[in-house]
Design a protein around this ligand. Structure first.
Ligand code: CDP
Ligand code: CDP
Length: 203
């Protein structure tokens, strides 16, 4: 039987961290849908047409080492505004969501467009300064040279583009539970997510 968990929210809110923990807890598969857009963005930076890149995307492209770079994040958010790019990625995401044994998908439009019938929907958020601080620490730990100001500016630009676009804009589904992680530790945020999902599981 399928059971889909949709986790959406802005950049560096904790979607991936929570999704991985939720997937491990319930034994569900996990798909970070941001990686699909990052892979298309990376191929655009390589010189490919983004629609063609999305239509011919293969799973190996999700393993590229450079997908977490800030310039790839920006490219991802640019290609993500193109309706034909989004359309080319729908079937893969929906098939993943329907797999037997349960699936967690995290992104921007999972609860609104990809899986409007998801059994549980969470919209994970946090203040932009908290999110920028977390992403800055992450990038610094990886040896990426950047500043908190640059990370905050990059994130604000991306969130604004993701929220303003006509195609599947970033917004909570009407039936999503909002989880503000600004003042939560990872363990607290994960526990809150697990509790929400548990109440939606069949007995
Ligand atoms: O997937 P998303 O971009 O929404 O965020 P993430 O990659 O899961 O989290 C961004 C960073 O914030 C990671 O380094 C997490 O460890 C950290 N984090 C945190 O410090 N506190 C939380 N409650 C959630 C995430
Ligand atoms: O990790 P972070 O939250 O910073 O970004 P991500 O989830 O990897 O997503 C990168 C970009 O892909 C976002 O800024 C969006 O423009 C786009 N995206 C999207 O449009 N729809 C999704 N379901 C997932 C990502």
């Amino acid at each position: 039987m399928s059971f889909t968990v949709a986790i959406d929210g802005p950049a560096a809110a904790g979607k991936g961290t929570i999704s991985r923990a939720v997937a491990a807890h319930f034994g569900f598969a996990h798909l970070d849908t941001g990686l699909l857009y990052r892979a298309v963005g990376a191929r655009m930076l390589d010189g490919l047409d983004p629609v063609e890149a999305a239509r011919t995307l293969d799973p190996e492209a999700l393993e590229r080492g450079d997908l977490r770079a800030p310039e790839v994040a920006q490219a991802a958010s640019k290609v993500a505004a193109i309706p034909e790019v989004r359309a080319a990625l729908v079937d893969f995401q929906r098939a993943f969501a329907m797999r037997a044994g349960g699936a967690v998908l995290d992104g921007r439009d999972i609860g609104t467009v990809i899986c409007p019938e998801a059994a549980a929907k969470l919209f994970v958020t946090a203040s932009d300064t908290v999110r920028a601080g977390r992403r800055f620490r992450e990038l610094s730990d990886k040896g990426v040279e950047t500043s908190l100001e640059d990370v905050l500016a990059e994130m604000r630009e991306r969130d604004a583009r993701d929220s303003a676009r006509a195609a599947a804009p970033l917004r909570p589904a009407a039936d999503a539970v909002i989880l503000d992680t600004s003042r939560l530790t990872i363990d607290e945020a994960v526990a809150a997510a697990i509790e929400t999902i548990r109440t939606r599981q069949p007995d």
